[in-house]
Design a protein around this ligand. Structure first.
Ligand SMILES: NC(=O)c1ccc[n+]([C@@H]2O[C@H](COP(=O)([O-])OP(=O)(O)OC[C@H]3O[C@@H](n4cnc5c(N)ncnc54)[C@H](O)[C@@H]3O)[C@@H](O)[C@H]2O)c1
Length: 667
């Protein structure tokens, strides 16, 4: 047994490890709000000490109090392991259950320095998307996973391993809940308090559910969105050649826009106020060219337009200046969006026009009220410019970042006379009707050998399966499959892997099942050298109830209910998932969304064949059924097809009332 395996089996060490110096080279989570009373702070330390022998308490109590004071949380830095955390080959993890070993691989990927945003604070992405609350939880969970058998289930409460409970081989090996609180206690500051006390966490979507695969997922989603936006504006072949897509942000998720624009064949022009963020994306090859001067940028755009070059150009400056310059030049811009972090407008998510990056950073601390006014004035200017370009024919969409919401609150001219927003969200117009309602969503897999050769083989298998499916599919879904065929064929060349050997593509229920079945067979025949983990983003057909994003195209009034996400996770758990998770918060924030997901290990066995068919069918068709009950036409089409292929499926279909029957009833 090597040192890594010994360390995993040891769990929380018997002797106190030396303290760890704070490493300034690593990206650290921001200091969190100090909201706890003195009594609550004592409780937080007492809670943290529960993981350790009493003889450690005098030293650790002081240390943890210091962490709480300095960082707003108790991370237990001292217990961060010395070995490198990353997605190793599955056989390197000590285990008695192969399923549990696959989960160790997946959660390790989420904490890999090369993958995670703030690895020392156990944050994978999104600023606060936690895998665990502290290092004791990590150590204990890894030990349980290493020891458990297929007759046990590990129960995780917001990162805390409650323990191993007897179950059976068909049950999930792990059940994860993150941030589940009583609904009346689900405000942003409630999260701050509960998380500081060590009793709850924000798991984002794929952080606390061990399903993050680096930036590939967001590049894929953004590519699909930009391509489909291109089709909406085009009367011809939908090509984006020579067309301009303008947006802002080269940060965590927004950084994918530049790369996606090029993959989609467009000219991507992205403004980023933070020079460091822009240069980072440039050095990674995600942005082709940087500009600090608007004159140079405009002539480069015109040149690219003439030659129909697919290229990404970043403007280091404020998006408002860029929009206003386009208006001044009377330029035709085909596609527009915004990905500043407007879900967090007053603390650095949005930088107002007229102030430099540094001036804004000072003002938001020194004079928050003046900063707030500057943000609102800036949004008014931004919307005016967008409105002017939209009148010329630009198609603008909200990218799930609260742009419409905050612009409206700022008093910008963003409403139609009916009171609705002038512009749609990307789910309302694009992802909802074109993908989710047909059952297409972010299916993904990870090769547990951690060997790129296996990933290449899975790409080939997936491409073959999609080609076969295209031959027997109706015209309504040919485009979705062709897009994903092109994506998977180009995936290797686009060098999308960061961390585990993972791939994403959008597939419907039939596609997911056929691809999974083909993988399972290839594992059985030794073509793929080790098991494969299947999963998906929570941002999918059935997994997420989120009224301003995933379910924003539900118009029967049920968009504020969360039955779908809860039904989904319960249904997955008894149809063969290897692990399941359900979260409060993810994407749009704590209290705003309920979302869940699963992981499933394919090991080549007949049991895996049975499980994948049963679970994947439910995991997609649950959401289509709900979307069809909400009268979405694409979902009605898809659920009727599903009932034809599976006679045991009997879904309640809506009767559609004529407008004339209800109009005038309450006048
Ligand atoms: N990409 C997606 O698929 C997707 C989906 C849903 C929601 N979102 C939302 O998009 C937003 C961005 O996410 P992120 O992870 O990239 O956040 P981020 O904070 O890492 O990046 C946002 C970037 O915008 C820049 N910025 C802010 N104000 C600016 C201005 N006025 N002009 C130019 N640049 C400015 C910031 O410097 C920052 O680099 C979030 O609100 C997120 O929830 C994205």
């Amino acid at each position: 047994m090597n040192d890594f395996q010994k360390a995993i089996l040891q769990g929380i060490p018997d002797t106190l490890p030396p303290g760890k110096p704070f490493d300034p080279e690593v990206s650290h989570a921001p200091v969190r709000k100090d909201l706890l009373t003195k009594a609550e702070k004592k409780l937080a330390v007492r809670n943290a000490l529960r993981y350790f022998k009493p003889e450690f308490h005098p030293v650790l109590a002081k240390e943890f109090a210091g962490e709480l004071k300095n960082f707003g949380r108790i991370y237990m830095y001292r217990f961060r392991p010395d070995y490198k955390i990353l997605a190793r080959s599955i056989q390197e993890y000590p285990h008695r259950s192969e399923q549990a070993a696959a989960i160790m691989l997946m959660l390790s990927n989420n904490l890999d320095d090369a993958v995670a945003q703030h690895p020392h604070e156990l944050i994978t992405y999104g600023g606060n998307g936690a895998v665990f609350q502290n290092w004791a939880q990590y150590l204990l969970t890894m030990k349980y996973l290493a020891e458990m058998t297929d007759d046990q289930t590990l129960v995780l409460y917001s990162g805390h391993p409650m323990g191993l409970f007897p179950s059976h081989p068909e049950a999930p090996r792990v059940v994860v809940t993150n941030g589940m609180v009583i609904p009346n206690y689900s405000k942003q500051d409630d999260w701050e308090r509960f998380n500081a006390m060590g009793v709850s966490q924000y798991g984002q979507m794929t952080a606390g559910s061990f399903m993050y695969i680096g930036p590939q997922g967001i590049v894929h989603g953004t590519t699909i969105t930009v391509m489909n936006a291109g089709r909406m504006i085009s009367k011809g072949d939908g090509s984006l050649a020579g067309k301009i897509f303008v947006s802002s942000g080269l940060g965590g998720m927004s950084g994918a826009q530049a790369k996606a624009a090029v993959i989609a064949g467009a000219i991507g022009v992205i403004a980023e106020i933070n020079p460091k963020a822009a240069r980072k994306r440039h050095s990674q090859g995600w942005v082709n060219e940087l500009f600090e001067n608007l004159d140079d940028l405009i002539s480069r755009i015109q040149q690219a337009r003439q030659s129909k070059e697919a290229v990404s150009l970043a403007y280091i400056g404020n998006i408002v200046d860029l929009w206003e310059r386009f208006v001044q030049e009377d330029m035709m811009i085909e596609l527009g969006s915004d990905q500043t972090s407007l879900h967090n407008p007053w603390a650095g998510g949005y930088y107002p026009a007229g102030l430099s990056f540094d001036e804004s950073n000072r003002l938001m601390v020194d004079n928050p009220e003046q900063f707030r006014m500057a943000v609102q004035q800036s949004l008014i200017r931004q919307v005016n410019a967008i409105n002017a370009l939209s009148k010329k024919g630009m198609y603008f969409f909200d990218y799930g970042n609260a742009f419409l919401l905050e612009s409206g609150r700022a008093g910008a001219d963003i409403f139609k006379p009916t009171g609705d927003y002038r512009y749609p969200s990307y789910v309302q117009d694009i992802m909802g009707p074109m993908c989710f309602d047909y059952g297409f969503g972010p299916f993904r897999w990870v090769c547990t050998s951690s060997n790129p050769d296996d990933l290449n083989k899975t790409d080939e298998i997936a491409a073959r399966v999609i080609r076969e499916q295209i031959l027997v599919s109706p015209p309504e879904i040919q485009q979705q499959m062709n897009d994903n065929l092109q994506w998977v064929l180009a995936a290797k060349a686009n060098k999308l892997v960061v961390g585990s050997q993972a791939r994403i593509l959008y597939a419907d229920s039939t596609g997911r099942i056929n691809i999974a079945r083909a993988f399972n067979e290839a594992i059985r025949n030794g073509i793929i050298s080790a098991p494969v983990v299947l999963g998906r983003d929570h941002h999918d057909v059935s997994g997420t109830d989120s009224p301003f994003r995933e379910t924003s195209n539900i118009y029967d009034g049920s968009q504020f209910t969360a039955d779908m996400a809860i039904q989904n996770v319960i249904g997955d758990s008894f149809r063969g998932a290897t692990w399941v998770s359900i979260h409060n918060g993810g994407g749009v924030g704590w209290g705003e969304v309920i979302n869940g997901g699963f992981g499933m290990l394919l090991d080549g066995s007949p049991e895996a064949d049975r499980r994948l068919e049963s679970m994947l069918f439910w995991d997609v068709n649950n959401g289509i059924a709900r979307r069809s009950w909400a009268r979405n036409p694409e979902a009605l089409f898809a659920i009727k097809r599903a009932m034809e292929t599976e006679p045991r499926l009997k879904v309640t279909l809506p009767n559609l009332a004529d407008d004339g029957v209800v109009e005038g009833l309450f006048d």
